[in-house]
Design a protein around this ligand. Structure first.
Ligand SMILES: CCCC(=O)SCCNC(=O)CCNC(=O)[C@H](O)C(C)(C)COP(=O)(O)OP(=O)(O)OC[C@H]1O[C@@H](n2cnc3c(N)ncnc32)[C@H](O)[C@@H]1OP(=O)(O)O
Ligand SMILES: Nc1ncnc2c1ncn2[C@@H]1O[C@H](COP(=O)(O)OP(=O)(O)OP(=O)(O)O)[C@@H](O)[C@H]1O
Ligand SMILES: O=C(O)CCC(=O)C(=O)O
Ligand SMILES: [Fe+2]
Ligand SMILES: [Mg+2]
Length: 334
């Protein structure tokens, strides 16, 4: 067990669990023999997470809540996804992505080819996911009370075509985000059906959120890589990996520095998940020029230029401010 984990255990022993007065007991913990005043840096006490859950997130960088979203809601999201694929609805700003090998193939048409929807914030039905009270209740533990939905995705991992392009390389989501602080950002990812090793569940490196943002680039995969699927350049292959097997409605909340990816889909079904990245509206934008994030920001700007014909007066930050939506509290800064 790491020293940080040991320190946390000490604090846990001092928490008054009978009345849940977590903050008050910090003071007493510090009075005893504490050197590091900011013991729980990743979570807030809102009465939602138990002390054990808070410690788990601090230590691991993720927390899995079983059955958080109802079957009825998920079925509604699936239906809406189908309508979008069949082009029965047109959603402004929506990015429809196809698997790189399928996109190059002449044979596959329509819904089967869609691997991911991105930026569904203008679709009222899908965006309901980002406003579900039971999700926001947890999100608030990480972001605080002012909450923006910054990035929305519905992932429809296709059966692998044999080129392994259905994999998502190991990465940190913060690579894509020009805002900080990282600790006030969280991803909520909900399984829309049973996800397991066979259909490419999430794979996480627990505790990796304690590190810094690493250099990302396209992995050197023979079969090709999807557009913008950057991976961590050098991650420790010996770091323990956890496969997050989940049932329909199970939801994982994870830190934007947590290294994660997903394996190949070896089944013949499409593996569906819906997700939203939230940030505190008190976050601020940063300039990524000269940082490891410059490569992705250039790709995004190039795409925006092609797609919307915008020039470089539109910054990487602007593309985020335009997509972000307030879902709770006040829009203070973002
Ligand atoms: C925390 C966040 C983590 C992440 O978001 S990681 C994933 C980030 N992914 C994205 O941001 C999605 C980016 N994708 C897109 O913007 C679009 O899907 C993309 C790639 C521009 C294609 O869109 P469209 O132009 O509408 O599609 P199209 O069918 O007309 O294809 C145009 C050219 O692009 C190619 N293409 C399509 N899907 C691709 C893919 N998945 N990977 C690589 N290349 C792809 C396609 O073959 C075509 O190429 P060509 O012009 O024929 O040479
Ligand atoms: N060469 C690689 N570079 C970067 N990431 C990789 C590489 N190979 C696999 N990954 C990533 O590692 C994670 C696990 O991939 P993998 O396909 O091995 O999953 P798995 O099938 O669940 O594991 P296993 O093969 O051990 O059963 C995925 O995120 C995958 O994209
Ligand atoms: O659903 C998955 O396979 C993971 C997607 C992911 O991590 C991402 O798009 O950032
Ligand atoms: Fe991710
Ligand atoms: Mg493997």
């Amino acid at each position: 067990m790491s020293r940080a984990a040991d320190r946390l255990k000490v604090v846990l022993n001092h928490l008054d669990r009978s009345n849940g007065a977590v903050r008050a007991s910090f003071t007493s913990a510090q009075n005893v023999s504490y050197h590091h005043p900011q013991v729980l840096q990743y979570t807030f006490d809102t009465g939602v997470l138990t002390p054990e859950q808070r410690l788990a997130y601090e230590e691991n960088g993720f927390i899995l809540i079983r059955k958080l979203v109802s079957d009825q809601d998920i079925d509604r999201f699936s239906k809406e996804f189908e309508r979008i694929c069949k082009r029965e609805v047109k959603v402004p700003g929506l990015v429809v992505m196809r698997d790189v090998t399928i996109a190059k193939s002449e044979y596959v048409e329509g819904e089967k080819a869609v691997t991911k929807l991105q930026d569904y914030q203008e679709d009222l039905e899908l965006f309901r996911y980002c406003t579900l009270p039971q999700i926001l209740k947890y999100v608030e533990c990480f972001t605080g009370p002012n909450i923006m939905a910054m990035h929305t995705m519905l992932i429809n991992k296709p059966p692998d075509t044999g080129k392994k392009t259905s994999r998502h390389p190991m990465h940190q989501d913060l690579h894509y985000f020009p805002f900080r602080p990282a600790d006030r950002i969280v991803c909520s990812w909900t399984a829309m059906e049973k996800v397991h090793r066979g259909n490419g569940c999430l794979v996480v490196l627990p505790g990796s959120h304690h590190g810094t943002l690493l250099e990302h680039d396209y992995p050197e995969w023979e079969g090709g890589v999807n557009k913008m699927y950057h991976g961590v350049r050098n991650y420790d292959p010996n770091h323990p990996r956890v496969h997050l097997e989940m049932e329909k409605g199970d939801t994982v909340f994870f830190h934007p520095l947590l290294i994660h990816g997903s394996g190949m889909n070896q089944t013949d079904g499409f593996r569906k998940a819906i997700s939203c990245h939230y940030a505190s509206s008190d976050c601020y934008y940063i300039d990524v020029k000269g940082t490891t994030q410059e490569n992705i920001s250039n790709e995004v700007k190039e795409l925006a230029a092609k797609k919307y014909g915008v020039d470089d007066t539109v910054t990487f930050q602007d593309t985020w401010a335009l997509r972000g939506r307030l879902v709770q509290g006040d829009r203070t800064s973002m």
